[in-house]
Design a protein around this ligand. Structure first.
Ligand code: FAD
Ligand code: UDP
Length: 368
């Protein structure tokens, strides 16, 4: 065999696995069907600004080893995600915290004031266990905030009524009784200075890489050239959709270069109402505190159903898709020399740090 590992996909899972194997002296080939490395964290320099081509990516983690690992390649800045939320002619701080509550209700100054309103509004859920996202949201923050900041955004994001969505989606959002706009609770957070592509370039340094190369164009050849395959593409595609297709949500991005220095004053502004179809507007220069560039690059993000030829962004973790994914995972038992890893191959919503952690664990299991 020419290689110890053939890695299918140069996203974070593939790049981490390849990097660890290379450090151990293994022979590694990475193939990537796109014309660039990095998977969905790819950033492209436009007008001197690092543009997050596949959506805003903020690195945040509680894993010290993962933080040290990424910082061994590039320096991270002190970016803290603090999105704003716009609805009609109103604007609020996210996530839900004292800054949000004091603007929603003009008699709120203290946590006690906020709780008075929230608890009053939560009464409609008294004695009921939340059965869906709407009920979960109301029992967390009450109906006013649900209708202004959650309902529209969520229905645009998932194209379903909040009553038909699982409660767990909204549990990811923090609710804080302090004046703190940090979207994440993790210990470490930041953006790689110079963009994510630089991070992945460093991870893949010295590793043989073939871009514009699709594994499925010659599976038999690829199976013969390496002892093991690390597959990070879609789970169902590996098995030629033999049990049916898994469902995904996709996104459309509309990116514009503007002749102004500062369009919205923040990297991320969520649009939480149905009056516009997009969910977010990203102003990329603010991820790196760039107030020097004479221009700015902004991206409107439109959620949509996945259709052939689009990118697969979000898994649809309802029971139907979870069951199908499990059936595919059973088939993996017949593929002894293939490791399935990452967001697409595991059909799992992973943050970047979890993907790195999972690739590290996977590689260490290999060593054992
Ligand atoms: P991918 O990045 O999808 O990489 C898989 C690679 O495999 C791709 O490059 C693909 O082209 C390649 N490939 C697939 N099939 C083949 C084939 N047949 N042959 C060759 N190559 C193939 N996480 C955070 O921590 N913070 C955030 O703020 C954040 N924001 C996000 C925003 C959006 C809109 C989305 C969609 C995700 C976000 N994430 C965020 C999650 C993050 O993008 C993922 O955790 C991470 O990129 C997953 O890496 P991966 O290697 O598993 O997959
Ligand atoms: N959400 C919301 N309003 C917002 C932002 C998020 O209601 O302004 C909800 C929405 O249901 C979304 C969920 O919170 O699906 C998780 O959002 P987050 O930004 O954490 O997830 P991501 O889109 O990055 O997966």
């Amino acid at each position: 065999m020419k290689y110890d590992y053939l890695i299918v996909g140069s996203g974070l899972f593939g790049a981490t696995f390849a990097n660890l194997a290379k450090k151990d002296g293994k022979k590694v080939l990475v193939i990537e069907k796109r014309n660039h490395i990095g998977g969905n964290i790819y950033t492209e320099n436009i007008e001197g600004i690092n543009v997050h081509k596949y959506g805003a990516h903020i690195f945040h983690t509680d894993y010290k080893d993962v933080w040290d690992y990424v910082n061994s390649f590039v320096e991270f800045n002190r970016y803290t995600n603090s999105p704003m939320a716009r609805i009609g002619d109103e604007i609020y701080n996210m996530p839900f915290n004292m800054n949000t509550f004091s603007k929603i209700w003009n008699d709120v100054f203290t946590p006690t004031d906020a709780l008075r309103h929230i608890n009053e509004e939560k009464k409609e859920m008294a004695g009921k266990e939340p059965q869906n996202l709407e009920e979960q949201a109301i029992s967390l923050v009450g109906r006013t905030i649900y209708e202004k900041l959650i309902k529209g955004y969520t229905e645009k994001q998932w194209n379903r009524d909040c009553k038909d969505l699982p409660a767990f989606i909204i549990k990811r959002l923090p609710v804080r009784l302090i004046y703190d706009n940090n979207y994440f609770n993790d210990k470490y957070q930041g953006i790689p200075i110079g963009g994510y592509t630089k991070l992945v370039e460093k991870m893949l340094d010295g590793i043989e890489l073939k871009l514009n190369t699709n594994f499925f164009d010659d599976v038999e050849k690829y199976k013969k050239i390496a002892t093991k395959i690390v597959y990070t593409g879609p789970l169902d595609e590996y098995f030629n959709y033999c049990l049916g297709k898994l469902e995904w949500r996709s996104l459309k991005f509309d990116t514009k270069v503007l002749n102004e220095t500062n369009y919205q004053g923040n990297a991320v502004v969520n649009y939480t109402g149905h009056e516009v179809e997009y969910t977010r507007v990203i102003e990329h220069k603010h991820f790196e505190f760039d107030m020097e560039s004479p221009k700015t690059v902004i991206t409107f993000e439109y959620p949509c159903d996945y259709e052939d030829g689009m990118e697969k962004y979000y898994t649809l973790n309802d029971s139907k898709n979870e069951e199908l994914a499990l059936k595919y995972k059973k088939l993996e038992e017949n593929e002894k020399n293939v490791i399935f890893g990452g967001r697409l191959a595991e059909y799992k919503y992973y943050d970047m740090d979890d993907v790195i952690k999972s690739a590290m664990t996977c590689y260490n299991t290999e060593l054992d």
